[in-house]
Design a protein. Sequence first.
Length: 245
Amino acid sequence: MTEASLEVSGLAFAYPDGHQALFGVDFRIERGERVALLGPNGAGKTTLVLHLNGILDGGTGSVRVAGLPVDRAHMAEIRRKVGIVFQDPDDQLFMPTVREDVAFGPAAAGLKGAELQARVERALERVGMAEFQDRPPHHLSFGQRRRVAVATVLAMEPEILVLDEPSSNLDPASRRELADILRSLDVTVLMVTHDLPYALELCPRSLVLSEGVIAADGKTAELLANDELMRTHRLELPFGFDPSR
Ligand SMILES: Nc1ncnc2c1ncn2[C@@H]1O[C@H](COP(=O)(O)OP(=O)(O)OP(=O)(O)O)[C@@H](O)[C@H]1O
C-alpha cells in the first residue's frame, strides 16, 4: 500500500481532568483527498485535530503524517507538514504586514532572500491576495484575513491542510471564493465543519466523529442523505437542502 497523507490508528485520549475525549479513532486519508470531519459539539473534533501536529499528546495509539510518526523526535518536521488554519484568523496573523505574516513560517524554517519572497508571492497568489502584501492584516476584511491565514499555512508547503470551520463568518460571496480556492489547491485537505452544504460542496468524503469514535466514513453525499445517521449524531441540514442534488 502507498503511504497515506494521514494515518490515525487506535487514537485514544483523556484530558488531565480524566475526561475521555477520544476512544480509539482509526482512519487514513490518501494524498490529495479532501475530507470533511463532521460531528456534533463536544464530539472530539478539536481534540483530534490537536493531535495531528502534536499540540496534544499523551494518549494511546498513533498518528502518522506522510509515514512520519507524530512524536517529540519528529516535531519540527511534523509542524511543517501539518498546516492548521484556525477558526479565528486573528490567532494566526500578528505581524505588521501581510508579507511578513506569510514569510514568518518559511523564514523560521531557514528560507531567505529571493527564495523567501517567491514562496510568499506564490502562497498569496494561490489565495488571490498577492496585491495585499504591504497591507497591515488588521486593515483587511474578515474574509481577506482568513485567506491570508490560509496563505501563511500554504507558504510552508504542507503535506496536509487542516481547516477549522473555514466557512464561519463569511458572507456568501467570500464563502464561494474560499471554496474555489480550496478546490484549486493540490494538497490533502481535512476540514472540520458544522456547515454540511460546504462539506458536500468541497469534500467528496466525510468522517463523522461522535462521542470520541468514528461513527461513519464514506461519501459525503451518501452520509448526508442517511437520515437516521444524521439524526443519531445531531447533524442537521439547513431547511429545504437536498443533499442528492
Ligand atoms: N481542556 C479540556 N479539559 C477537559 N475536557 C476537555 C478539554 N477540552 C475539551 N474537553 C472535552 O472533550 C470533549 C471533546 O471536545 P472537543 O473540543 O474536542 O469537541 P469538538 O467536537 O471540537 O466540539 P465543537 O464542535 O463544540 O468544537 C468535550 O466533552 C469537551 O468538553
